[in-house]
Design a protein around this ligand. Structure first.
Ligand code: HEC
Length: 107
């Protein structure tokens, strides 16, 4: 079981690297970088993407990903628990924001 999981993770990482070179996919980026702390629709260590999409604008989301230390106060948190993803380029940040907005409630 442990071994199978290892191979699964290894090959999905490998596969991610290939897919990644061709097309920016917000879901893949999410699984690679955010899944440990965020879930699409359920509260985890961090808030769900659904709740984020419902209350934040694009600028807030993108700044929070790139530089949470500069954003957490504006968003109403007393301290920051999220690592900054300042090595993501703007296309990747946009792809993540698009992915987060997929979970916004339809009005
Ligand atoms: C180590 C855990 C962790 C990782 C990894 C992480 N986050 Fe977070 N994130 C948090 C926590 C916790 C918060 C709530 C603010 C706080 O306590 O710092 C948060 C807050 C946020 C917010 C603002 C929430 C709001 O109130 O609007 C956004 C947007 C966000 N994260 C997006 C992402 C994205 C996108 C990724 C992947 C690139 C990511 N996070 C990776 C833990 C994490």
């Amino acid at each position: 079981m442990g071994k199978n999981l290892f191979f699964f993770l290894f090959f999905s990482l490998l596969f991610n690297q290939f897919a990644y070179a061709n097309k920016l996919d917000g879901e893949k980026l999410f699984k690679e970088y955010c899944w440990g702390c965020h879930h699409q629709t359920a509260q985890a260590f961090g808030p769900s993407f659904k709740s984020i999409a419902n209350k934040r604008n694009r600028g807030e989301i993108i700044s929070q990903i790139a530089n949470p230390n500069g954003t957490y106060k504006t968003l109403g948190y007393t301290r920051n628990s999220m690592p900054s993803f300042d090595d993501l380029n703007s296309d990747e940040l946009e792809a993540l924001a698009d992915y987060i907005y997929k979970f916004k409630d339809k009005k």
